[in-house]
Design a protein around this ligand. Structure first.
Ligand SMILES: Nc1nc2c(ncn2[C@@H]2O[C@H](COP(=O)(O)OP(=O)(O)O)[C@@H](O)[C@H]2O)c(=O)[nH]1
Ligand SMILES: [Mg+2]
Ligand SMILES: [Zn+2]
Length: 280
């Protein structure tokens, strides 16, 4: 039978096959070859609950380790904390680089009564799948998790635990003051939970974003609407900084590209140059 490893606790692998769970052990060969099996791995198990084979994984994220992630759900609150567009653009670039599907959930929409973020939200809607969350309202998450392994990513305090709790979890939520301060990160085991019609990692707040592996070209390619326009730039290698006849800069001037997004691109460009400099 083929299933997905959803939990690993002291040598016991929980393997989910359709809607059934089996507690399994890896076949001896895995221990000898030190081939690791991770949560998220697709595996073959036999009738004795032995994992006999690990199928090829399409990706592996570390700290915490999860394999075969289909989607990263970026949770960003509009208020408390204020919408952090720099972090959003940075995370988008990072996960684009990892070639993961990105979905954005804007949370705490009840706190933006004046809808001051409407234009910004609409801009991101033109790029990615966007959902909304408000803890005291009915939320439409149709399709958000369908047949995918998802991880939630986003700053502390944006409402990740609250969101999962409305879907049947029982995670501790933080007082906002505490959430915004020095959050203590309790490490737990990694587990994939069935949520609606998909699997979601229970450890919200996925790792730290590091641009160590980036270079200027990777960054330019990670801003996908820039990349589309770049074929109209005069230079094929245009990085949209100071080059003449740059289609991206023209689009910014015409208001077709969100100004903050371009500014964040410039900031990240500088950040990457600094990292590169330190390397030599
Ligand atoms: N007004 C409002 N507050 C929310 C919403 N979602 C979460 N909160 C509050 O924000 C705080 C942090 O939420 P939590 O789920 O712990 O955030 P996490 O750190 O991302 O898991 C808690 O006090 C929640 O009650 C929301 O949609 N609207
Ligand atoms: Mg939380
Ligand atoms: Zn350009």
């Amino acid at each position: 039978m083929e299933g997905i490893v959803t939990k690993l606790v002291s040598g016991d692998y929980t393997v989910r096959v359709k809607d059934k769970e089996y507690i399994c052990k890896p076949r001896g060969v895995f221990r000898h070859t030190e081939q690791d099996i991770y949560v998220g791995d697709r595996v073959i198990i036999d009738e004795d609950n032995i994992i006999t084979k690990v199928l090829e994984r399409k990706n592996l994220l570390l700290r915490p380790s999860v394999a075969n992630i289909d989607q990263v759900i970026l949770v960003f609150s509009l208020k408390e904390p204020d919408l952090n567009l720099h972090l959003l653009d940075k995370m988008i670039a990072y996960y684009e680089y990892l070639d993961l599907e990105i979905t954005i959930v804007f949370s705490k929409i009840d706190l933006d009564e004046e809808q001051i973020y409407l234009d910004i939200v609409n801009y991101y809607k033109s790029l990615y799948k966007v959902y909304f969350f408000s803890k005291n309202e009915e939320n439409d998450f149709k399709g958000l998790f369908t047949d995918k392994i998802s991880v939630l990513s986003g700053q502390s305090g944006v409402g990740k635990s609250t969101l999962l709790n409305t879907l049947g979890f029982n995670l501790k939520t933080q007082e906002i003051s505490q959430a915004l301060g020095r959050g203590k990160h309790t490490t737990r085991h990694v587990e994939l939970y069935k949520v609606l019609d998909g699997l979601v990692m229970d450890t919200p707040g996925f790792g730290t974003i590091s641009l160590e592996e980036f270079n200027e070209t990777i960054l330019a390619h990670s801003f996908k609407e820039f990349f589309v326009l770049s074929r109209n730039c005069r230079f094929a290698t245009c990085l949209h900084i100071n080059e003449p006849n740059c289609a991206v800069k023209e689009a910014v001037e015409k208001g077709k590209i969100l100004k903050s997004r371009y500014e964040n691109y410039l900031l990240l460009h500088e950040e990457i140059k600094e990292i590169q400099k330190k390397k030599y």
